[in-house]
Every structure is written in structure tokens, then in C-alpha cells.
Design a protein around this ligand. Structure first.
Ligand SMILES: Cc1cc2nc3c(=O)[nH]c(=O)nc-3n(C[C@H](O)[C@H](O)[C@H](O)COP(=O)(O)OP(=O)(O)OC[C@H]3O[C@@H](n4cnc5c(N)ncnc54)[C@H](O)[C@@H]3O)c2cc1C
Length: 272
């Protein structure tokens, strides 16, 4: 779509060339959302691609996932990676039902920053206990736990002019056993519930997304029984409620979340 209010598209090559933030600025990543609807409040786009960030790099302790890494790059990297959680990475990539054009353009950072409840990269980042590395306009960096990055539908913790630079994912998380479940109203519909369970130190770490307005991370010592799991989910959602839009009614999303959480618990029970 033509964005007729845009007066300038800036392509900084280095961090020093990033312009001072002005009202009406937006950072452009893959553009799959930015170019999909009118953006009447925007005047400038600041393209992040020319900064040339490395998409994926692993060292002894962590996987660094650049914010401009695309879904296609992440999925094909995971296919050849040695970690147990590769299946989780691929399931989260595939939870975004888009054509190859979308997959080759949509970025990890754009997905998190757009902060749709159905953002699969939010599920991935929270499930893996990732840290979000944020560039501040002053030149400093700050770290935000992935579980705190999204604060509501379309709302993130970044302040004006801040950029999500990358996700740092501990390799310990990538080596742990996972189970993942997803539900949509239609076969290729947007996620209405996307859950990931991880066994950590004999306990269950359960991440719930899509069914709730913002990602939910529940940690249990040991494997909870069914009643404990359901009670914890209802307690955790008491304040926020269940998400409601055309992709699923709140009572159905709750029903599916409890059911998928049961399935995850049953799958991981022997590992706990
Ligand atoms: C067919 C189709 C299906 C889709 N399905 C889903 C779905 O199931 N779930 C879902 O979540 N989304 C979905 N989307 C929406 C969107 O395509 C994805 O969320 C995508 O990952 C957005 O990434 P992008 O790189 O294209 O972001 P862009 O469109 O470039 O940017 C999105 C927003 O994030 C900001 N932003 C981008 N990168 C950064 C950064 N590094 N730092 C700070 N701000 C930044 C931008 O300024 C903008 O506000 C779908 C889109 C299409 C067309």
C-alpha cells in the first residue's frame, strides 16, 4: 500500500547515523504490517535493514537473534541446529500463516514490536527466557526480559526512539524438553491460543500467548496436577481476562488453553 503521508525514508548504515527521534517516525523492518494499512500519523520511516545486523549467531552460552532476522532465516537455521528446542522454534515460525513473501520479509523484531496477542515470536522469546536488548536514543543499551516486553495488545515497553536490537536466548533453554500446542478457529487461521511448556529443573514453565492480551509465564515447582494447573491459569488471567477478537471468543480461548495446557502437561509428565 502507498503510504501517502511519508515524507522521507531514511536508511542509516550505522548506529551513529540514526536520526534523532521525531513524532511521526517509525522503524521499518520487514514492512509486512507497516505497508499493509494506512499509517496516517507517520511522516518518516527509518529503515533498519541497512544497519546490517547479523541474523543469527551462537556462542558457548547463548543464541543471539538479530531483530531483523526473518521468519524464513530463523526457520531454516533451526532445521540444522543441534538443540532439542528446534521443534519449538519451527512451530513458532509456522504459527504465522503467511505466504513465502511474508515469511521472507517479516522479522522477529517486527513481530515482537507489533505485539499482536498472536505474535509467535513473543511465545518463542518468553518460552525460552530470552532477554531483549534495546538500543536507547542516548547510545546506551538496556535489557528487558522477554516476559516483560509486551504489556498489552499492540503495546510494548519501548519508549519513543528506542529500538529492539536483538534477543539473547540462553542455550540452556534451547537444550530443555518442550511441548508446544496451537489452536485456531480455522485451519490456517491466526492463533487463538499458542502455548509452550518447558521442563526446567524438574518443574514446568508454561507460556501462554494468543489467548491472553499479553504473554503469560507460569513457573511450577515439579509437574502440577491438572487442578493446580487450571487454578493457576485462572488466577493468572483474573486481572487481564481472555483475549476477544474475530479469531476467537474469550470463553472458547479459555477452554482451548486449559485443554492444550493439559496436553502439554501429559506430554511432559515423564520428563518432570
Ligand atoms: C498474511 C499475514 C499473516 C499474518 N499473521 C500474523 C500472525 O499470525 N501473528 C502476528 O503476530 N502477526 C501476523 N501478521 C502481521 C505481521 O506481518 C507480523 O507481525 C510480522 O512479523 C511483522 O514484522 P515486520 O518485520 O514486517 O514488521 P514491520 O511491519 O516492519 O513493523 C511492525 C511494527 O514494529 C515496529 N518495529 C519493527 N522492528 C522494530 C525494532 N527492531 N525496534 C522497534 N520497533 C520496531 C515498526 O515501527 C512497526 O510499528 C501477518 C501479516 C500478514 C500479511
Amino acid at each position: 500500500m502507498d503510504l501517502h503521508t511519508i515524507e522521507a525514508v531514511l536508511r542509516p548504515d550505522t548506529r551513529d547515523e540514526l536520526p534523532r527521534y521525531e513524532i511521526g517516525d517509525a522503524f521499518l523492518a520487514g514492512g509486512t504490517w507497516l505497508f499493509s494499512e494506512p499509517q496516517r500519523d507517520l511522516r518518516r520511516l527509518i529503515d533498519l535493514q541497512a544497519l546490517g545486523w547479523t541474523s543469527l549467531a551462537a556462542d558457548q552460552t547463548q543464541l543471539r537473534l538479530g531483530a531483523t532476522c526473518t521468519f524464513a532465516e530463523l526457520d531454516s537455521y533451526a532445521a540444522a541446529a543441534p538443540w532439542v528446542a528446534v521443534a519449538l522454534v519451527q512451530s513458532c515460525c509456522r504459527a504465522l500463516w503467511g505466504s513465502f513473501k511474508i515469511w521472507n520479509a517479516a522479522t522477529v523484531g517486527g513481530n515482537l514490536c507489533l505485539a499482536l496477542p498472536a505474535a509467535p515470536m513473543a511465545a518463542l522469546a518468553v518460552a525460552l527466557d530470552a532477554e531483549c536488548v534495546v538500543w536507547e536514543p542516548s547510545g546506551a543499551e538496556r535489557i528487558v526480559p522477554a516476559a516483560d516486553f509486551i504489556i498489552g495488545p499492540g503495546r510494548i515497553c519501548l519508549r519513543a526512539g528506542e529500538i529492539l536490537r536483538r534477543l539473547d536466548i540462553p542455550l540452556t533453554s534451547l537444550r530443555q524438553t518442550f511441548a508446544v500446542r496451537q489452536a485456531s478457529l480455522t485451519q490456517e487461521g491466526r492463533s487463538a491460543a499458542l502455548l509452550a511448556g518447558r521442563v526446567a529443573a524438574g518443574g514446568l514453565v508454561l507460556t501462554v500467548t494468543a489467548a491472553v492480551p499479553r504473554p503469560l509465564r507460569l513457573a511450577f515447582q515439579g509437574m502440577p496436577d491438572r487442578a493446580t494447573l487450571h487454578a493457576a491459569l485462572d488466577r493468572a488471567t483474573a486481572a487481564t481476562g481472555w483475549f476477544d477478537d474475530v479469531h476467537g471468543a474469550p470463553d472458547w480461548r479459555r477452554h482451548m488453553t486449559l485443554r492444550l495446557a493439559d496436553e502439554i502437561r501429559a506430554e511432559l509428565l515423564p520428563c518432570g
